[in-house]
Design a protein around this ligand. Structure first.
Ligand SMILES: Nc1ncnc2c1ncn2[C@@H]1O[C@H](COP(=O)(O)OP(=O)(O)O)[C@@H](O)[C@H]1O
Ligand SMILES: [Mg+2]
Length: 100
C-alpha cells in the first residue's frame, strides 16, 4: 500500500497535513505518536470515515480512496474500529478476532 500526500480535515481543522507512507508485502507497520497526533485519523481517512480528505492511496497499484467499503475488501483492506462498546455483546477475544 502506498499513501501519498494525504490531507484530512474535521470541519475547518486541518488534522493530517501531507502524510505519506508505504507498507510492503509481509511488513507490519505501526503508527506511533502521542495522543491526538493523528494515528486514528490516518486510518479513518484511508478507510473513508472522513468526508473531507485529499491525497492518493493505492494498493498494488489500485487507487482506493474513492472506492466503497465492499470494494476495498477485495483489495484486502480492513479496519477494526476502536473505542468502547463498538459491538457491545462481543467478548474482548471476539473483538480482537475481528481483525482477522
Ligand atoms: N471527531 C472529531 N472531531 C474533531 N476533531 C477531532 C475528531 N477526532 C479527532 N479530532 C482531532 O484530530 C486530531 C488527531 O486526533 P486522533 O487522530 O484521534 O489522534 P490519535 O489517534 O493519534 O490519538 C486531534 O487534534 C483531535 O482532537
Ligand atoms: Mg487514536
Amino acid at each position: 500500500m502506498r499513501v501519498e500526500n494525504l490531507n484530512a480535515w474535521y470541519d475547518r481543522s486541518h488534522v493530517l497535513q501531507g502524510l505519506s507512507l508505504e507498507v510492503n508485502k509481509s511488513e507490519i507497520v505501526t503508527l506511533m505518536g502521542r495522543n491526538r497526533a493523528g494515528k486514528t485519523t490516518t486510518l479513518r481517512s484511508l478507510m473513508d470515515f472522513l468526508s473531507k480528505r485529499q491525497g492518493k492511496a493505492d494498493s498494488d497499484g489500485t487507487s482506493f480512496l474513492d472506492l466503497p467499503a465492499h470494494e476495498r475488501f477485495h483489495l484486502e483492506l480492513a479496519y477494526v474500529t476502536e473505542d468502547r462498546r463498538i459491538v457491545p455483546r462481543l467478548t474482548v477475544k471476539e473483538n480482537l478476532e475481528l481483525g482477522g
